[in-house]
Design a protein around this ligand. Structure first.
Ligand code: SAH
Ligand code: AVI
Length: 719
């Protein structure tokens, strides 16, 4: 056995984690100059150099110093880098941290390195459980808090320079990417709920104990308030109307001369904002940042809404995290809750008792996390806190309101939230678009089945006939206990042709986005083939969940109906490559495509005489009106089917007959007369274009056969 193998694994995990967390702040400092790191912008902020040292001091004061006979690295530094721990003696005044030209940046680097060396030795001995481990984890979380403070303070420093400096080339976003808005809000019933931390994982002392809170029903917005919305508040006199403001807020706004969020400036007729990458025009769609609790409150009042309480925020975030955008990872969100102890609160014992509890006066709680919050740092129970006049943190807001009495209970389904987000995003583009996957609610799936029986819509008939001819040959290579995985299975009608030809199929996994169509089809197949396991999966085949484990036979993908033609070319390749990976080694794939032909035949197939395709197309607006409370005037839109020769595809559009404005919840979308929403593309293939696509995804075309005219094709792909 070698030496390292004797060390319990928890020790090496602690060491790895320690170095991982400690590496982040020096990495943020690496692009900056010694001058950038030395200056202090204001009393609330500290120099970068100080953060580098203080976070090291914390490990020394809280962990290393508790060892009997411990000799400090340099006793003078105890005083220099103590932040606010009265029990640890004298310290440098907070407002004077920028005056410490000594120790130098180099000396601080050496101090950090020495603390890392000593911590390495300490960790190698093992932390044990209990307070020692808690303080170590606290040290890591403290370090992460200072990583965010480092960026907040740096931006404030940059804002004091008339040069509008860019601190970084790219905005550091350890908190993750900005998420697209979802639109709308969810209703939460409240009642007696529990909030606060409980359980094994780390939490700061202020997050517990978990306790019960009574909540009246409330609504919470899915999205953060944007700059565009803030500009509307400003244009409506938001900063000039005392009736919108709390008295203390108004007094502060007057005294400080606020007329916009911090770091905004009106330059040559446009509002600009300074960020970590320099000054740029304010982006209307981006969430607003750097507004104080007072401003957030005034904005909510102007919008006829209110800030959520921290209990509402936590309860909603814990119940339905997926319905919200940017719950964490963009800005900390203001709440109306005073930062006060939870019932039963006990500070951590010892020196760390001063960590949180002593600040529980006159501050307010913010929830979530920001783009500068390191990964793994924030939690749903996390209580950040600032004074209501402070603006330099990465803070913003999400609005709430009391739920109207008697409105139906609704925690929105994630699919509905996605539908709204995609519809709003698609209709906000200069060429309005919407993915065809939203056609398939229960009515849309039923209308599609009607389409398959239309005289003009040849693909289903032609493909079914071709499949009947090819099935014996195709299924011969399935082998024993194969699992058939069908994408966009709909009514699973063609599937029966394959199953009939492959009696040894072990299981069938139909995947479809339409729960109604899928449930009915899976039940019907299960009744017809009782020996075969049927494991339906509701979902988007572009975002596949892991496939169920259903035995060791070969997996065979089945994607008929030319549904692949509804995907953009890049999406189709990515889908096929992903399917190949998911289906695993030695898999096969049966792919059905429609072929290029006379445009007159194509247009007739997508614009039938009975108007079924038109109803199918328009149904997506009916669905938006029902599910999203949109107000599309159904008479104002008509079905359009056109052949796009350049892209070898049929296109379906919905055309606005006149200029109009459509509302989707709170969003207004303007249409010009004649403007269209592009709702579907149906690409038509040749043998060559199909082969190119399959090969780009790593498949080999093992067989390719076409039907009589109007012709479609089936290809057998192998891995
Ligand atoms: N395979 C059947 C049905 C084709 S209709 C046939 O050949 O006749 C297209 C089917 O794909 C519909 O049932 C629709 O609900 C489903 N679908 C469309 N987009 C989807 C997506 N992104 N993820 C999963 N299913 C989807
Ligand atoms: C599901 N998909 C392949 C059909 C198609 O032909 O693109 C949907 C459809 N659209 C209009 N008619 C049928």
């Amino acid at each position: 056995m070698n030496a390292s193998a004797k060390i319990p694994s928890v020790v090496s995990d602690d060491t790895v984690r320690y170095h991982e967390v400690r590496a982040a702040m020096p990495a943020l400092a690496a692009e900056l100059s010694a001058e950038d790191l030395a200056a202090q912008a204001m009393t609330d902020a500290s120099p970068g150099k100080w953060h580098l040292a203080h976070s090291s001091w914390f490990f020394e004061a809280m962990i290393l110093a508790s060892e009997p006979g411990y000799q400090p690295v340099d006793p003078r530094l105890q005083q220099v880098f103590n932040s606010y721990y009265d029990s640890l003696g004298r310290r440098v005044e907070r407002s004077e941290r920028g005056l410490m030209t000594r120790p130098s940046l180099e000396d601080i680097g050496a101090y950090r390195a020495e603390i890392d060396r000593r911590m390495g030795a300490r960790l190698a001995k093992g932390l044990g459980d209990g307070l020692g481990r808690y303080l170590f984890t606290l040290g890591l979380h403290h370090e992460q808090q200072h990583q965010e403070l480092f960026l907040m303070d740096l931006l404030n420093l940059m804002s004091r320079s008339p040069l509008d400096p860019s601190a970084y080339k790219l905005e550091p976003r350890p908190g993750g990417a900005l998420q697209t808005p979802r639109g709308g809000r969810s209703r939460f019933e409240g009642g007696l709920v529990e909030i606060g931390h409980k359980g094994a994982g780390f939490a700061f002392d202020n997050e517990g104990p978990r306790h019960r809170v009574w909540l009246e029903p409330f609504l919470l917005d899915h999205d953060l308030v944007t700059n565009g919305q803030w500009l509307a508040f400003m244009a409506d006199g938001g900063y000039r109307r005392p009736e919108l403001w709390l008295a203390d807020g108004w007094a502060t706004a007057r005294a400080e001369g606020w007329d916009a969020p911090l770091y905004w400036r009106f330059d040559d007729g446009v509002w600009t904002v300074l960020g970590l990458v320099g000054r740029a025009p304010v982006e209307a769609d981006a969430p607003v940042r750097h507004v104080s609790g007072y401003e957030a409150d005034a904005y909510a009042c102007w919008a006829g809404r209110r800030l959520p309480t921290e209990a509402e925020w936590e309860s909603a975030a814990a119940t339905a995290p997926d319905v919200f955008s940017n719950l964490t990872g963009e800005v900390w969100q203001h709440t109306s809750s005073a930062y006060s102890p939870y019932p039963g609160f006990r500070p951590t014992e010892g020196t760390a008792s001063e960590y949180n509890g002593k600040f529980m006066a006159n501050q307010r709680v913010l929830r979530g996390g920001s783009f500068a919050t390191p990964p793994g740092h924030a939690r749903v129970t996390y209580r950040n806190f600032f004074y209501p006049q402070q603006r330099w943190a990465f803070m913003g807001l999400r609005l709430a309101s009391d739920a109207p009495a008697g409105s139906p209970a609704r925690i929105e389904k994630i699919e509905t939230a996605k539908f709204r987000a995609e519809l709003v995003a698609g209709l906000s583009r200069s060429r309005k678009t919407l993915s065809p996957k939203w056609f398939y609610d229960a009515e849309g799936s039923r209308l599609f089945e009607d389409i398959t029986r239309l005289p003009e819509y040849y693909p289903t008939r032609q493909e079914a006939a071709l499949l009947r001819d090819m099935a014996p040959g195709l299924t011969r290579s399935f082998g024993e206990n194969a699992v058939l995985v069908e994408f966009g299975s709909g009514a699973s009608e063609k599937t029966r042709i394959l199953i009939d030809a492959a009696p040894s199929l072990k299981a069938y996994v139909p995947i479809d986005i339409s729960p109604d169509a899928l449930t009915a089809a899976a039940a019907s197949i299960a009744r017809a083939y009782p020996a075969m396991e049927v494991a339906p999966m509701v979902g988007d085949f572009l975002n596949l969940a892991p496939l169920p484990e259903l035995g060791r036979g070969r997996r065979v993908g089945f994607f008929p109906g030319s549904t692949i033609g509804n995907l953009e070319p890049d999406q189709a390749i990515a889908f096929l490559a992903n399917a190949r990976e998911r289906l695993g080694p030695s898999s096969l794939f049966i792919l059905g495509v429609d072929l290029v032909k006379d445009p007159a035949l194509l247009v007739a197939a997508y614009d039938d005489a009975q108007g079924v395709t038109a109803a199918f197309n328009l149904n997506v607006l009916v669905r938006a009106n029902r599910e999203l409370a949109a107000d599309f005037d159904l008479e104002g839109f008509s079905h359009l089917a056109v052949w796009n020769a350049g892209k070898s595809r049929m296109e379906m559009h919905l055309r606005a007959a006149r200029a109009m404005t459509v509302r989707i919840d709170d969003t207004a979308i303007a249409f010009e007369a004649g403007e269209t929403i592009h709702t579907e593309s149906s690409r038509k293939f040749t043998r060559a274009t199909l082969t190119d696509m399959a090969e780009a995804a790593g498949w080999h075309v093992a067989a390719f056969e076409t039907s009589p005219e109007p012709s479609v094709a089936l290809a057998l792909l192998s891995g």
